[in-house]
Design a protein around this ligand. Structure first.
Ligand SMILES: C[S@@+](CC[C@H](N)C(=O)[O-])C[C@H]1O[C@@H](n2cnc3c(N)ncnc32)[C@H](O)[C@@H]1O
Length: 208
């Protein structure tokens, strides 16, 4: 019997439907999506099944997650679910920058729950890469918790940040204003801030 290498993240089973409902009318149904930090690969699986004309490029920093993403790709067996690529968002050169890579530029970029659980240089690399990867009028969707004007939006996010700092002092819930500064330095601007359950947001950026 073949071993099932799919991983299941409890947070994804809670958030994937509401993220899908909020993104489906914003993303081009026949376009292309670059996902940074695909984790288990469950968001890729959920979206590619529901939007069969949307080409989805998953990526992962960690090999363990690439294995799970590949298992999800085989499980869903969708031709629009591309094989995952190893990608470090903080790098100035992504595999999707290669001349031989044929799916760029992308109509959209999706990144969930990464910039608070990685050093700030990863957020900077994410926006620099988005500027290189997005087509004209392309949009970037950033899902996760944010501070507003330096203030946490809930008690639970205060506790969450304390926990993040025990993992690595460079981690932390990011201030949306600081994220917007990075975006603007890279030619992107905040278009919309969508409030989501459990003190999260989808921040929608566009190439300006
Ligand atoms: C909390 S998980 C979120 C995974 C997935 N997006 C989700 O919402 O379930 C954080 C992710 O950030 C990724 N990550 C951390 N540092 C990274 C980096 N420098 N470049 C790309 N991904 C990174 C981790 O590998 C992991 O997949």
């Amino acid at each position: 019997m073949t071993q099932d290498l799919r991983q299941f993240a409890p947070a994804v089973s809670r958030n994937r439907e509401i993220i899908f409902q909020n993104l489906k009318d914003r993303i081009p149904a026949e376009g292309s999506m670059l996902e940074i930090a695909s984790g288990t690969g469950e968001h890729a699986a959920y979206f590619t099944v529901r939007l069969p004309e949307l080409t989805w490029q998953p990526t992962n920093f960690e090999t363990e997650y690439l294995i799970s993403t590949e298992a999800w790709r085989q499980h869903t067996a969708r031709k629009n679910f591309l094989p995952g690529l190893q990608l470090d968002a903080s790098s100035g050169y992504w595999p999707t920058d290669a001349d031989s890579y044929k799916h760029a530029p992308f109509d959209a970029l999706f990144n969930a729950n990464m910039i608070h659980i990685s050093p700030w240089s990863v957020c900077e690399g994410l926006f620099a890469g988005a500027a290189r990867m997005l087509a004209d009028k392309g949009q970037m969707y950033l899902y996760g918790p944010f501070k507003i004007e330096g203030k946490q939006t809930s008690e639970s996010n205060i506790e969450f940040e304390k926990w993040l700092k025990t993992k690595d002092p460079s981690f932390g819930v990011r201030d949306i204003e600081a994220v917007c500064d990075v975006a603007e330095r890279n030619g992107l601007k905040l278009l919309e801030s969508v409030t989501m359950p459990a003190n999260n947001f989808i921040q929608v950026f566009t190439r300006s």
